[in-house]
Design a protein around this ligand. Structure first.
Ligand code: UT7
Length: 333
């Protein structure tokens, strides 16, 4: 361990498939409406790498082809490396957070590492929609243990496991990827406080079986639990970081439902103007949603050196994770 070494996010990037699926498009599949979906979720459209609007006739796209989790992850990863001024050869560890891997074996991080010319090490993390925040805590831990540079990516092709006949939840999900480079730097640690958790007794609330119908969810129960566990987890992270909610410059929540995001921000006491939100255009992209929203905020100039950022996510499992991070501190290249 080398606690004297800090870490910094020095690159960021995102990728979305080209196919846009609007709420109106959803009306061709089942009885629904744009206003109903928007009022309930804040979503107007999502991007799809698969599903009926991309591949009207199964079988779905083959592993390794266009529109896979690895392909989206590679595009986001390349953008993050470019912003950091690095190449894959500089990376000690690739961490891919995904709940929609391209194959059962090997981990999707393996072909992804090949695509990005990474030789240092690679692994997948599946903590569902809490995955990216689990990955951020993991990355900071590897840096504290001696790694110099970690490429952390959240990437999903949820449209491959969406039950397109289920009008109770099919409109929620979308595909995409977001990535950050986490680097060792001199100085103070950037990860000021964190919390992770899992409650496996809640597995029946949200699951997808091998060869099954796709994602099955008890929406209202997930909603209620999500608000509670996210607030509790974020409160623990803030306490451990010795940071007050009023000091948070940007809250980057998992983008599951704008009503959940608003309820969590309100209970924590974070003003709506400090919440990063892309859900209207992306839907719920699970592990990818936080790094996509972070990239959007960083590219829009919403983050300054020294800003305190709160990340918080929850997902199937049920899992949850949160982290308080001090932005900036990267090397000048
Ligand atoms: O990553 C994370 C995991 N998931 C989540 O975060 C999802 C959490 N849950 C939710 O976001 C919400 O529960 C949903 C958006 C999924 C659903 O919203 P809701 O306010 O809980 O609606 P509901 O399921 O209670 O349905 C209300 C009504 C029902 O009609 P009745 O029984 O009141 O007459 C449904 O039949 O809306 C009806 N309905 C629809 N109407 C139009 C259900 N699906 C649709 C639809 N279009 N697609």
């Amino acid at each position: 361990m080398r606690p004297e070494h800090g870490c910094a996010i020095t690159g960021w990037g995102s990728a979305l498939p080209s196919t846009v699926v609007t709420n109106q498009d959803m009306m061709t599949l089942f009885d629904t409406g744009d206003e109903w979906v928007h009022e309930r979720t804040g979503i107007r459209q999502r991007r799809a790498a698969d599903g009926p609007f991309v591949n009207p006739k199964p079988p779905v796209s083959p592993p390794g082809g266009m529109g896979t989790t690895a392909q989206l992850a590679a595009e986001a990863g390349r953008s993050a490396l470019q912003v950091a001024g690095l190449t894959g050869a500089d990376i000690d560890l690739l961490v891919l957070c995904t709940t929609s891997p391209d194959q059962l074996v090997p981990a999707t991080s393996s072909p992804l590492a090949h695509a990005l010319s990474i030789k240092g090490g690679g692994m997948d993390i599946n903590a569902a929609c809490a995955g990216f925040t689990y990955g951020l805590v993991t990355s900071a831990g590897f840096i504290a243990s001696g790694a110099e540079r970690v490429l952390l990516i959240g990437a999903e092709t949820l449209t491959r496991i969406t039950n397109w006949a289920d009008r109770s939840n099919a409109f929620l999900f979308g595909d995409g990827a977001g990535a950050v480079v986490v680097e060792a730097v001199p100085g103070e640690p950037a990860l000021l406080g964190w919390d992770i958790g899992v409650d496996g007794s809640l597995q029946p609330l949200f699951f997808s079986d091998h060869g099954g119908q796709g994602m099955t969810m008890r929406g209202q129960e997930v909603f209620r639990k999500a608000v509670r566990v996210t607030v509790e987890s974020a409160t623990k992270s803030l306490e451990r970081a010795k940071v007050r909610a009023a000091e948070i410059a940007l809250f980057v929540p998992h983008q599951a439902n704008v009503r959940i995001m608003d309820a969590v921000a309100e209970r924590l006491g974070i003003p709506a103007g400090r919440v990063a939100s892309v859900i209207e255009h992306t839907g719920n992209t699970s592990s990818a949603s936080i790094p996509i929203a972070l990239t959007d905020a960083a590219n829009s100039g919403r983050l300054a050196e020294g800003d305190l950022v709160l990340f918080a996510g929850f997902g199937a499992g049920m899992t949850w994770a949160s982290a308080v991070w001090r932005w900036g501190g990267g090397p000048v290249r």
